[in-house]
Design a protein around this ligand. Structure first.
Ligand SMILES: Nc1ncnc2c1ncn2[C@@H]1O[C@H](COP(=O)(O)OP(=O)(O)O)[C@@H](O)[C@H]1O
Ligand SMILES: [Mg+2]
Length: 489
């Protein structure tokens, strides 16, 4: 389905400011669809003036839809929908006396011009399925009245409110709780849901007749509500924005939409939503995240302790071979510690692997400082990797780099080792290439029984489900390629 921008760009003369206005309107038109139990279609005037293009569509969540099909991208010529023409030409809301019948469903059709400044830039067709509202209750009447006020504001250019965008996920909907207040800030209607939200806040009486700002102030301790100015501006219905208030037991979001159908302040509609559960879940998640990070931090500390113990032991060992074996173990443990350290700073269980590799390169270059003339560099980015890939991969790279430094450049020869990551579809391929002396004559990496390569093979094949290749470099030296699958790219 094309987007509003697509339709506007291809078929209309609307400019960037017009589009921004329409997007602002669309951010809130679910409210209008819900209040009027109606389907809304945004029709954009064609560039040549021959008709209208459907740029967006909204279905009500409070009632049945009048349209089964998606209309976006459809064209309707001038003359085929007289109400659209009338609203567009006369810049006034146009409605029909009698409902239209569609497949045995009575539908009331209206056309609402969308005004920006002194121009009509689009027309909203509102199709109310009358089956749902045959004998309206008080709630339905209050909804419909507010919907009428809002549509009038749209046609007079007073809605949406420039610069007031509230489309974040927690924003209350009509069904969450609906209040209507008058110009003095007194509640004239509260939906059953709105009332029960206020009950959770501790209200014992009815809401109707109360001043919303006073009633809320009485229930909410000062430290759990916005400053006095914001509170009264929002709850008296004069400031089109949302705010959050709470008590020990309940948290709610209030969203105020001032109603000024003809420019004069009539009151406001205030939507309320109980977000107590959402907020406590947020808090739990934050705590869980912090705990996981703390655990990684401790694991890292413990690994560093293990490495320190091994290093101590290595110093005391007289036997050269034994000492080298212990030093190698120190590096292996160290490379795992680096991954945990990175995880302890991460905000999810993903690791910025470039940081890990850069630390490994430093560590390896450091060990090779006997000669000290081998440069280790990374070319390209690993991006982030899930923790379960990062740990084994860090160990694999440690071994491979270690080998290049150790076996490629005997007796202090100089050279360069590069690590080159490539993110392919669903895979990661890492090439480690050195320009050293190359693999020994007749060397077969698959049958080598040395510990380093055995560890690498096990980790790559069993742990990571990938492949390892070790062969002569492109010109000289050796080249190791590790290719591992990644879920979700
Ligand atoms: N980059 C390299 N350049 C030269 N030889 C290498 C390279 N990588 C591995 N090798 C050879 O592979 C052998 C096996 O490596 P490994 O299993 O790590 O054991 P170790 O490093 O303990 O000798 C090494 O002894 C070395 O001969
Ligand atoms: Mg080795």
């Amino acid at each position: 389905m094309p987007s509003l921008n697509d339709v506007a760009r291809v078929h209309t003369r609307l400019d960037g400011d017009d589009l921004a206005w329409l997007h602002l309107l669309l951010a809130d038109w679910q409210i209008i669809a819900d209040l009027s139990f109606a389907d809304l279609v945004l029709w954009l005037p064609d560039r040549e003036g021959t008709g209208y293009w459907a740029g967006a569509q909204m279905r009500p969540t409070t009632g049945p839809t009048a349209y089964v099909d998606d209309l976006v991208g459809a064209f309707t010529p001038v003359g085929s929908k007289p109400l659209l023409d009338s609203a567009y030409d006369h810049q006034r809301v146009a409605r029909e006396g009698d409902p239209e019948w569609r497949d045995d469903i009575p539908v009331r059709v209206e056309a609402i011009p969308v005004r920006r400044g002194n121009q009509v830039i689009a027309v909203i067709a509102r199709n109310t399925n009358l089956l749902g509202v045959r004998t309206p209750s008080r709630l339905e009447l209050a909804y419909l009245q507010s919907a009428t006020d809002l549509t009038q504001m749209i046609s007079n250019g007073f809605f949406p409110f420039p610069g007031q965008r509230s489309d974040h996920a927690d924003s209350p909907r009509v069904g969450d709780g609906f209040l209507r207040i008058d110009a003095t800030g007194k509640v004239t209607y509260a939906s059953p849901n709105a009332l029960s939200v206020y009950r959770r806040l501790g209200l014992a009486t009815d809401l109707t007749g109360l001043c919303l700002a006073d009633a809320t102030r009485a229930l909410v301790p000062a430290e759990r509500r916005p400053d006095e100015e914001t509170l009264s501006a929002v709850l008296s219905g004069r400031l089109p924005t949302d705010t959050e208030v709470g008590t020990e037991d309940a948290v709610l979001i209030l969203r105020s939409i001032p109603l000024r159908p003809t420019g004069e302040h009539l009151g406001a509609l205030v939507l309320v939503r109980d977000v107590t559960d959402l907020r406590s879940r947020d808090r739990e998640l934050v705590t869980k995240e912090a705990t996981i990070r703390e655990i990684h931090h401790r694991v890292k500390n413990n690994l560093q302790t293990v490495a320190a113990l091994l290093r101590l032991q290595a110093r005391r060992i007289g036997n050269e071979e034994g000492r080298e074996a212990l030093e190698e173990a120190v590096r292996r443990v160290g490379s795992i510690a680096i991954v945990h350290e990175t995880l302890s700073q991460a905000f999810d269980e993903r690791v910025d692997f470039d940081a890990v590799v850069d630390r490994l390169l430093l560590m390896v270059a450091d060990v090779s400082s006997r000669g000290g003339r081998v440069q280790c560099t990374r070319s390209g980015s690993f991006g982030t990797l899930p923790a379960e890939v990062a740990t084994p991969l860090a160990m694999v790279l440690t071994e491979v780099l270690q080998n290049a430094v150790e076996h490629g450049y005997p007796a202090g020869a100089a050279g360069t080792i590069t690590v080159e990551p490539e993110r392919l579809a669903g895979r990661l391929r890492v090439t480690v290439e050195d320009d050293g002396v190359g693999l020994p004559e007749g060397f077969d990496p698959d049958t080598s029984l040395n510990l380093g390569l055995s560890i690498v093979r096990t980790l790559v094949e069993s742990e990571l489900g990938g492949m390892l290749e070790l062969r002569a470099g492109r010109s000289c030296g050796a080249r190791a390629v590790v290719d591992v699958p990644l879920d979700g790219g």
